[in-house]
Ligand binder design. Structure first.
Ligand code: UD2
Length: 309
């Protein structure tokens, strides 16, 4: 039995991870300010403790780390939307960079024992360079505050691991979808908005022409990647793309969802969002080489997602 801290654990990816961790009889502490997450996402279990708090409260997080002594730390709390960060660049910086730097600096200064710390960075760091697929050693071009902060924290994770021999690892998530993704905000993941529109006969707006491409990645595959990286000691001081490795247009995924649900989307079109990236998909050779990554085919993932709502 190991002790885990999951920041953002009531959110979409975090709660899917907690569902998995609790099966293995672990003790899990979730810190989440419920800005996007929901308490109802968390499993009912004596092994899961929920703390409603912002990770930007530095003294609070320092105290928590020093008193609880976690074996594993998973940093998922974030302002998770690129478009949202364009509206709130400084708030994004406080959450996506400074709060995480406080956590890793506390671990360093207090010499806290730790088996592994995981930080979720993003495909946004690659920017709009046309070269595809995105590979970890390509030049980055962070175009928004979101991307700048994710990249800065990713580098800090790698540098702390290398300079201070700490067991830290980071990944770049591509577009994750699946059960428990909250469609409530205009900044929610596009597939949650799309599915919600189909389920409740609401209009759906394409920002741009729908021809933009993404690497849509099923959340169970992301959970298996996180758990695998936590338990692979040699995976440290490094960054891995976490994606399906497939390039799909938004229009194509909308067509597939319409076919699965036997419903027709009521669409309108608006200009592309500021800071939006036209095309994105990943080379996943590096994470695949570690041997635990799973890749659910897109259609199977979409079917499982539809069944979950
Ligand atoms: C995703 C991640 C972000 C970051 C980024 C890396 C989510 C929610 N965000 O941003 O955290 O990692 O990838 O590049 O997963 N769209 C519409 N209509 C809508 C909503 C969105 O057309 O109602 C478009 C949007 O303009 C974009 C695409 O759908 O072109 C995907 O949008 P998104 O917000 O799901 O994700 P993205 O790629 O901006």
């Amino acid at each position: 039995m190991a002790k885990y801290l999951v920041t953002g654990g009531a959110g979409f990816i975090g709660s899917n991870l907690v569902d998995q961790l609790v099966l293995a009889d672990n003790e899990i502490v979730v810190v989440d300010d419920l800005s996007m997450g929901l308490v109802a996402n968390l499993p009912q279990s004596d092994h899961v403790r929920f703390i409603e708090h912002s990770i930007t409260d530095h003294p609070f997080m320092q105290e928590l780390l020093k008193t609880e002594r976690f074996d594993y730390i998973v940093l998922l709390a974030a302002i998770a939307s690129v478009a949202d960060s364009v509206e709130r660049p400084y708030a994004t910086h406080l959450v996506n960079q400074e709060a995480n730097l406080n956590i890793i600096e506390t671990i360093r200064q207090a010499h806290l024992p730790l088996k592994k710390l995981f930080f979720a960075s993003s495909a946004a760091v690659y920017g709009d360079d046309p070269a595809l697929p995105k590979k970890e050693d390509m030049a980055v071009k962070p175009l928004t505050q979101y991307a700048v902060d994710k990249y800065a924290t990713e580098r800090a994770i790698i540098n702390y691991a290398r300079l201070y021999d700490l067991p830290f690892v980071t990944v770049r998530f591509f577009n994750v979808f699946g059960p428990k993704q909250n469609p409530a905000s205009p900044y929610s993941g596009v597939l949650s908005i799309l599915l919600n529109a189909l389920a409740h006969d609401l209009p759906f707006t394409f920002f741009g022409d729908g021809g933009q491409t993404r690497d849509f990645t099923y959340v169970s595959d992301v959970v298996s990647a996180i758990v695998g990286l936590l338990h692979t000691p040699e995976a440290k001081g490094d960054v891995y793309n976490i994606a399906n490795g497939q390039q799909t247009s938004l229009q194509a995924v909308a067509d597939t969802l319409q076919a699965i649900t036997h419903k027709t989307l009521n669409v309108t079109y608006q200009a592309a969002r500021a800071g939006d990236i036209r095309d994105s998909y990943a080379n996943v050779d590096k994470i695949n080489a570690l041997g635990f990554m799973t890749h659910t085919p897109l259609k199977a993932g979409l079917q499982a997602y539809v069944q979950s709502v």
